[in-house]
Design a protein around this ligand. Sequence first.
Ligand code: F6P
Length: 546
Amino acid sequence: MTTPLVSSLPQWKALSAHAENLRNVHLRDLFADDPDRGERLGVEAAGLHLDYSKNRVTDTTLDLLVELAEAVGLRDAAGRMFSGEKINVTEGRAVLHTALRATAGQVVEVDGVDVVPGVHAVLARLGAFAEKIRSGAWLGHTGQPIRTVVNIGIGGSDLGPAMATLALRPYATDDLDVRFVSNVDGDDIAEKTRGLDPATTLFIVASKTFTTQETMANAATARAWLLDGLKDQAAVARHFVAVSTAAAEVEAFGIDTENMFGFWDWVGGRYSMDSAVGLSLMIAIGPERFEELLAGFRAMDTHFRTAPLRENAPVLLALLGVWYTDFLGAESHAVLPYAQYLDSFADYLQQLDMESNGKSVTVDGQRVDYATGPVVWGTPGTNGQHAYYQLLHQGTRLVPADFIGFAHPGNEVGDHHDLLMANFFAQTEALAFGKTADEVAAEGATGVLVAHKTFEGNRPTTTILGEKLTPFALGALIALYEHKVFTQGIVWGLNSFDQWGVQLGKVLAGRIAPELTSPAAPDLRHDSSTNALIRRYRSLRGRADA
Ligand code: F6P
């Protein structure tokens, strides 16, 4: 029996009707009618304050959205995830990234086996290894300590640790340089290894499957680079470690499985940064700081599990997203951190959100008749203000945005932080309230300039304000978005944990690679555009088609 599409539920229909009533209501009026709105529409979650008052919603909207979440069984669904049920049905897997931050003694079972002791055993091994690298006790092949760590991975095996290593830079040791190579474009590894000494460089090959083309190509190049410098096959064991679920593949590559850190098929790639995939980060910040990060994740997990839906930060973020996507026609969602150290946060969220909810069929294979995951994008403020904010303020599109900021900076530099935060607060105020034509005219503008200088406002934002970007706060922030994405997936009826959409391109690339390099002209059987482009490329590379 198939589950009815969410769009057929009475709660969805009620929201559609409600949206018509609310379409022309302005945030100015919502605030004028409710002087406490700014205080009232806020929640605290794991040390983060979420102000959602500048969203185009009334109490009725929120009630209806929560009713929708209840109607799709959000609470039960979350319980199924946390308890290790195989909710990733297309891959027959449990979804247990939350077990990665379980405390010792907590029991989380998959197929009747408690997975928590295994999680803690790996964490202990990771911690011991990270300390050896940080203290200089781990010596490279020529007896020198490690100075540079290069993580080789892509997608979930890169974006999380890369984002977090930058985010937590103030907590990292200055004795080590931690770098990330992901792109199969040789320019990436060429730049990341430029000037490095193989004798003091450690590579972490991070790949859940250990078959990903980009990562395997970069790992092979790194090994050749190392051997070119150290001239001894035995050096590989001192300069390469692996993070993977695939022991046989790791061994086949030549890495000693003693130096392999495992995780499990119930950890999705994009949910894996707090598993062994976070080894590079742990080396940078140390095991204690890593534990603080896990504590932040855990605190948000607890909030998500226990807070009433109407006061539940991830649920509110998710339902607001559903509101804009499905009832007010938004196509994208901006994430705008006013924190330079969160420079890669939107990149990370793109995979988390778009690989999870960029789907057109429900869990049981029905085509949806509503919009699902939005395009997620963003860069740190204030840079964006001088680039694309014009469109946010006066363009024709509805772009809901999350503004993320902190009371304390990573570095206290003059009055920079107060200037930054003045912009942070100013932007959400300007977006919500705008400036009327009367106000513009009162300032002396005349004629056509009045129209140009008018800001219609009513542009929705959510503000996430934390005390400081600590490891704990980062963990809480990431878990906030993990559970947001989960909640939206449940509302839309999706399997947020597979990614079949990335397969076709991978298969075609595998077919095309030999066609680009074959000495003889290949028998091309693609469409006429692809055939012509391949021929042109071969010709530009001096590979004659004769
Ligand atoms: O892009 C598809 C994908 O499978 C992601 O889901 C994953 O994070 C990435 O490739 C890397 O996979 P792996 O860790 O197996 O190398």
